[in-house]
Ligand binder design. Structure first.
Ligand SMILES: *Cc1c(COP(=O)(O)O)cnc(C)c1O
Length: 388
């Protein structure tokens, strides 16, 4: 064998006695076939087999299987971002002439996808109120999918998922949910009959603000096949390195979620007790929209909640935020670092509500010592005149 050939053919070493706790990272585009007949039959491989790196490696399959188990589903597909997960579901279900119903409180880039991509291609979308009022009257034969997001983006409204699923099923309509806030640790949509459970793995699963990934889990093989068909045609797949980061993140997710959930609820409760405070939007607080539904359906609360600022605090906000010591200013969330993001929801909402006109501080609790975070938050409240 000449050296140039030797450079290309890697020696095979024994894996005997090597049993690592870490999931191996398998990088691959080409998959080899043991003989000509197997190669000729490659298109008959079922979707759980290996045909090309884009369509799965043992690393990505491990993440799929782990998410499937946590979600209590049958199969999971993995895509490069949470937004791609939303897109893959909608592009799989909807044909020209069809309609999707979206809650008013959805992650705004979802309506961006509907308005900017689907609508010009003849797919309709309509907004319904997060509490489902009037939803039944909106159902007609063009409606193929009812989307949900619970709690809602920034304003944290909890939806009545079982009721919406029952309504949809009665009309042969599919349902899907953005379960990024709760993760399957706190809410299992498939157990309530939801057809597509979607997560931005970029948040709590990744857990360290350095990963972009999305997943969709289903309980039905045909839906899984249709999702995979869409992904194959669009050329969507994920890197095994990213899958390995997600698998590492999942190992600590239960502990991280329990911690940030407890700290966030403690802070939300203490903030609510401040005399000059605005409305606190946290599903576990009585009075927060959908609190009773949260109590009925969720196992706990995550580390993300919001504060509606009274109007008088607006002129003080920039200086107050600039004085933060431990919190950083930023959107996205679910990492180790605590974040505060001043949000305005008005431009992304169609159904009027008084809080849509207010500045809303979205607070993501991370893993810093709670005493440092509370010192920062109380200083912020003082600077905003909310503490008395
Ligand atoms: C972040 C987020 C997404 C999008 O995820 P990306 O990976 O950033 O594309 C979707 N839904 C919710 C609720 C999110 O918070």
């Amino acid at each position: 064998m000449k050296d140039a050939t030797r450079c290309i053919i890697h020696p095979t070493v024994s894996t005997e006695g090597f049993d690592s706790l870490a999931v191996p990272v398998h990088r691959a585009s080409t998959i080899l076939f043991k003989d000509a007949a197997t190669y000729a039959a490659r298109t008959q491989r079922d979707l759980d087999g290996y045909s090309y790196g884009l369509h799965g490696t043992p690393t990505t399959r491990t993440l799929e299987a782990q998410l499937t188990a946590l979600e209590g589903g049958l199969r999971t597909v993995l895509v490069p971002s949470g937004q791609a997960a939303l897109a893959v579901v909608l592009l799989t279900v909807l044909m020209p002439g069809d309609c999707v119903l979206i809650p008013d409180t959805a992650y705004p880039p979802l309506t961006g996808l509907c308005r900017g991509y689907l609508e010009p291609r003849g797919i309709a979308w309509r907004i319904y109120p997060a509490d489902g009022a009037g939803l039944a009257a909106m159902l007609d034969p063009s409606v193929r999918l009812i989307w949900m997001e619970s709690p809602g983006s920034t304003t944290m409204e909890v939806q009545d998922v079982p009721a919406i699923v029952a309504l949809a099923r009665g009309h042969g309509i599919l349902t899907g949910i953005d379960n990024t806030w709760a993760t399957p640790l706190l809410f299992k949509p498939l157990a309530h009959g939801v057809d597509f459970s979607m997560q931005a793995l970029s948040k709590y699963v990744g857990g360290h603000s350095d990963l972009l990934l999305g997943s969709v889990t289903v309980s039905d093989m045909d839906l899984r096949r249709r999702l995979r068909d869409t992904m194959r045609m669009l050329g969507l797949g994920i890197s095994p390195d990213d899958a390995a980061l997600a698998l590492r993140g999942i190992e600590t997710m239960a502990l991280r979620m329990a911690h940030v959930g407890a700290v966030a609820l403690d802070f939300a409760t203490r903030l609510q007790a401040m005399p000059g405070m605005g409305e606190i939007l946290h599903p576990a607080l009585p009075g927060s929209p959908g609190h009773a539904l949260w109590q009925r359906d969720f196992k706990g609360a995550a580390g993300l909640f919001s504060v509606v600022l009274p109007e008088r605090a607006d002129p003080l906000l920039d200086a107050a935020l600039n004085g933060l010591q431990t919190f950083r200013i930023g959107s996205s969330w679910g990492g180790t670092r605590s974040l505060i993001a001043p949000m305005s929801v008005k431009s992304s909402r169609t159904i009027p509500h008084p809080r849509n006109d207010r500045t809303i501080l979205r607070i993501c609790i991370g893993l810093e010592d709670p005493a440092d975070l509370w010192a920062d938050l109380t200083a912020l409240c003082t600077a905003l005149g909310l503490d008395g």
